[in-house]
Write a protein that binds this ligand. Structure first.
Ligand code: DC
Length: 233
């Protein structure tokens, strides 16, 4: 375990599928901090929309999403076996379902809706009230926690990202081509970085971490060294 001089908030932002959550989970484990995957929250809202027909491929009924956003109850509950936080939507564990391609293909348009963002940011800020949290996403260092003590901005080459995601899908026996993954990543990057509401961008005080040529372990080691240097007691 690594002990810091004081409790801090660690904000990790970056493009889709570039290893933010892997890094965030590991750091939270080492620091004994809470890990919050903010993308899972937008994915859960999207699943809610898909199930209620407010979202279909290429279409989002923005008014219906806004009218019903207060009916979307999101909780993270600890899985005692894996010791990971899992997402529950209105009392149902949807951790696996929100990782599928149907949600991945529709989540970016849903997350452009200002009212959806406002609600998620409120919930995220509540979770960070006591600090000791690692949160990853797109706007954590810029909008959710602009005062976070430590901000990482993670990037990686798009081909490297697609290869990594392809391997994960293959391990789960999900049939998909690398081209489909690349297209999804490219589309999400584009929508996330160009949307009007809280676009993905690096906070001025965020440290850039390009992990194209780093293994998971290499990336973690780099981040731990950075933390030791700046925050360790
Ligand atoms: O991190 P992820 O790929 O699971 O996120 C899914 C989508 O949610 C992503 O394409 C954009 C959106 N998102 C967002 O707009 N703001 C965040 N803080 C996190 C995710």
């Amino acid at each position: 375990m690594l002990t810091l001089k004081k409790d801090i908030i660690i904000a990790i932002d970056g493009y889709s599928s570039c290893g933010k959550s892997t890094l965030a989970k590991s750091l939270a484990g080492i620091l004994k901090y809470t890990y919050i995957d903010s993308g899972a929250m937008y994915r859960a809202v999207t699943l809610y929309g898909l199930r209620n027909n407010y979202v279909r491929t290429g279409f989002v009924d923005t008014d219906k999403m806004i009218q019903n956003i207060s009916n979307v109850k999101i909780e993270f509950r600890l899985n005692e076996e894996t010791l990971r936080n899992e997402l529950w939507l209105n009392g149902e564990n949807v951790e696996d379902e929100i990782r599928g391609m149907e949600v991945a293909n529709n989540v970016s348009p849903v997350s452009t809706i200002a009212e959806v963002r406002k609600r998620m940011v409120f919930l995220q800020q509540e979770m960070g009230k006591n600090k000791s949290i690692v949160m990853d996403g797109r706007d954590i260092g810029t909008v959710v926690f602009p005062e976070a003590e430590l901000k990482f901005f993670v990037t990686a080459d798009v081909d490297v990202r697609a290869q990594r995601r392809y391997k994960e899908f293959k391990e789960k026996n999900i049939p998909i081509t690398i081209e489909e993954i690349k297209e999804n990543i490219g589309q999400r990057d584009h929508i996330d970085a160009t949307r009007k509401e809280s676009p993905l961008r690096r906070a001025e005080d965020a440290v850039i971490l390009d992990n194209s040529n780093l293994s998971r372990e290499g990336q973690l080691e780099w981040a731990i060294n950075y933390i030791k240097e700046h925050f360790s007691s």
